[in-house]
Design a protein around this ligand. Structure first.
Ligand code: SAH
Length: 483
């Protein structure tokens, strides 16, 4: 119920562009939106709002049971708020929850997992384990991609100060949300340890002083496009500079300057991308310096990570997540384990010593190549990996050939599992399923279907991304005895 101290003006309720006044925000909803209620109507609110704030909301959608909008004015702020620590907060698209104390962020994430599983999944839940917070709440990422643009984003104050004469200014930083051609110049980012800020700022400064051109995404011209930096817990640093076309002289001069200024870089690559989009997956990065990949460690397993490989972006919490997964699987050494959506095979490899056999399946062929190589590097001889769509690969013949699973580990992308796969899992009826998810909403949907045969035994949220609304959740399912 709303606090009657804040009467809401609810003029023309179903019309668009209505501004609701004095709305007390009561909770967080999914995807980082805040939530308020009025007359049984749910209002989702964007715009840096936290529960406890009282705001005016301009509606962009207005349906019968719910509405959506943006906070346009703050009447008062929640007393739970803290001062954001980053100078780019509010403009940059990342770390949107910095105004909440970390403990409060964890509380909201925990609540959301429970909420999704109960409301969407309509599941009977065991007591949930408290969310495992990240030991590092800053500098926790191992990879970031920065974008070059010839159009720096300017704040309203900066635009005003320029009296409408907006110069074309080069930028190297992050895309501003919803403005695809504008990039915010990042000076200090707290997502990765040094020398990441030094690397980015060195390249920008050199490029500006030497007149190198920054990409113009609308005109599709300009030389410098993207900068991908990976920093591993092993100390290795991999830099991949993405350029629009070859310019040997400038490329060598820029990379040499970078390597001289930041000698800690262990490998530097460049990738030529003449395409209209930023994806490098269909391109061939070329090694300029070092071995062309980096090595990351989880426990005593070593993983080779190439410029196109996927790896959990928070190494410390990745290890925590995999440990939870391995614990939930409860392996004794005699089990056949399927690792569905296995990426570069890291979960399968991580549990391989505790299993008789691991079978990994993943859509992207290059990831499977990495998985096989990583297994070999770690002397894992009981894991096999297959490239293809899990829905196509997981047929009766495949299970007959590779063995009925004792444990299925599944780690699908945000969309969750395809219904056909869920049905197949119900048919195969492995005694245990460990479901690792980065989206509790789709996880809840899939669990509701699996409920036909499985009970939720354990729920363990893990926070991989402090200061964001993203949630990772691990669920252990056990086949019901009487089925
Ligand atoms: N378990 C891995 C990766 C999880 S990310 C890890 O911990 O690192 C999800 C993975 O699912 C991605 O690698 C993606 O390429 C893969 N994927 C997405 N759709 C798929 C499908 N239909 N079949 C097989 N793999 C798929």
């Amino acid at each position: 119920m709303l606090d009657s101290a804040f009467p809401i003006t609810f003029a023309a309720v179903r019309k668009k562009n209505v501004v609701l006044e004095n709305v007390p925000v009561t909770a967080y909803a999914a995807e980082g939106k805040a939530l308020a209620r009025h007359d049984g109507k749910v209002i989702f609110i964007e715009g840096g709002v936290v529960p406890g704030d009282v705001v005016d909301v301009r509606l962009s959608k207005n349906k019968k049971d719910w509405a959506e909008g943006k906070a346009v004015h703050f009447h008062s702020y929640s007393d739970k708020r803290v001062a954001p620590f980053c100078q780019h907060f509010g403009t940059c698209g990342g770390c949107k929850w910095q105004m909440l104390p970390y403990s409060q962020q964890l509380t909201y994430k925990q609540q959301q997992v429970a909420d999704h599983l109960q409301r969407i999944g309509k599941l009977v839940l065991p007591p949930m384990e408290p969310i495992l917070g990240s030991v590092h709440t800053e500098h926790y990422r191992n990879k970031l991609e920065f974008t070059f643009s010839n159009k720096a984003y300017l704040t309203n104050e900066e635009v005003k100060a320029l009296n409408g004469e907006i110069p074309v200014r080069p930028a190297l930083g992050f895309h501003v949300p919803k403005l695809f051609d504008k990039v915010l110049n990042i000076d200090t980012c707290y997502l990765m340890q040094e020398p990441v800020n030094l690397i980015r700022n060195t390249i920008r400064e050199y490029a500006v002083t030497h007149g190198l051109t920054f990409y113009d995404i609308r005109a599709q011209q300009g030389w410098l496009r993207n900068l991908v930096i990976r920093l591993c817990t092993t100390g290795e640093i991999m830099v991949n500079l993405v350029i629009h076309h070859e310019d040997k002289e400038n490329r060598i001069a820029l990379l040499d300057h970078l390597l001289k200024t930041v000698p800690a870089i262990t490998t530097a690559l460049y990738t030529i991308n003449p395409k209209g989009n930023d994806s490098i997956f269909d391109l061939e990065p070329k090694t300029y310096f070092g071995k062309g990949y980096a090595e990351e460690k989880l426990e005593d397993f070593v993983f080779k990570i190439g410029p196109k490989s996927f790896f959990q972006t928070n190494t410390y919490q990745g290890e925590v997540l995999y440990k939870v997964t391995r614990d939930f699987a409860g392996l004794t050494g005699s089990e056949i384990v399927y690792d569905l959506y296995c990426g570069t095979g890291s979960i399968g490899i991580f549990v391989s010593r505790n299993a008789r056999k691991v079978v990994g399946i993943e859509l992207i062929k290059e990831a499977i190549d990495d998985a096989r190589e990583n297994a070999a590097r770690n002397n894992v001889t009981n894991a096999t990996f297959f490239a293809g769509d899990v829905v196509d690969i997981c047929d009766d013949a495949f299970f007959a050939h590779h063995g009925q699973p004792d444990v299925v580990i599944t780690d699908p992308p945000r969309a969750g599992m395809h219904e056909k796969l869920v049905n197949k899992l119900l048919e195969i009826a492995a005694p245990k399923i460990v479901y690792v998810s980065c989206n509790p909403a789709t996880q809840a949907r899939d669990l509701a279907l699996l409920d036909a045969l499985y009970t939720v035994e354990k729920v363990q949220p893990v926070d991989m991304f402090p200061h964001t609304h993203h949630i990772e959740n691990v669920v252990l399912l056990k086949k019901r005895v009487n089925n």
